[in-house]
Design a protein around this ligand. Structure first.
Ligand SMILES: [Zn+2]
Length: 128
């Protein structure tokens, strides 16, 4: 039986596939110290491979935060930003973390938020 293979181009997509059961086989870099630009993963369990699927708009957050995005283009609790102009928000009603890029906004998990915005979590924990 041959393993199924797939490739991703971001650490986050790779993490999501690994969480779904994929095995990370190799990372491709331009130079030894560079960030990886491509990840090769294999599905080694047999049967149908499990894929991570993006949530639809209606599956993200709650009615309150979705409506705030649609009517105001943001939600009130803006936590801060990261390199590349990415902003992090958290819904006061459901607690969902939202990441806003230059193109759109989408729900992310707390683990993903900690990866992209580690300084925001460090500050909060230092003051605790
Ligand atoms: Zn919400």
């Amino acid at each position: 039986m041959s393993a199924q293979l797939t490739k991703t181009h971001s650490q986050r997509d790779t993490d999501r596939l690994v969480a779904a059961g994929w095995t990370l086989k190799s990372e491709f870099r331009v130079a030894p110290n560079d960030e990886p630009y491509e990840y090769l993963l294999a599905w080694e369990h047999g049967g149908e491979a499990a894929y991570w699927r993006a949530k639809t708009w209606d599956e993200q957050g709650c009615k309150v935060c979705r409506q705030q995005w649609l009517s105001r283009g943001e939600i009130p609790n803006r936590l801060g930003g990261a390199n590349g102009g990415v902003l992090l928000y958290r819904c006061d009603t459901c607690g969902t973390f939202w990441e806003e890029t230059t193109r759109e906004a989408h729900e992310i998990t707390e683990a993903e938020a900690r990866k992209v915005f580690p300084h925001l979590f460090q500050e909060a924990e230092n003051h605790a």
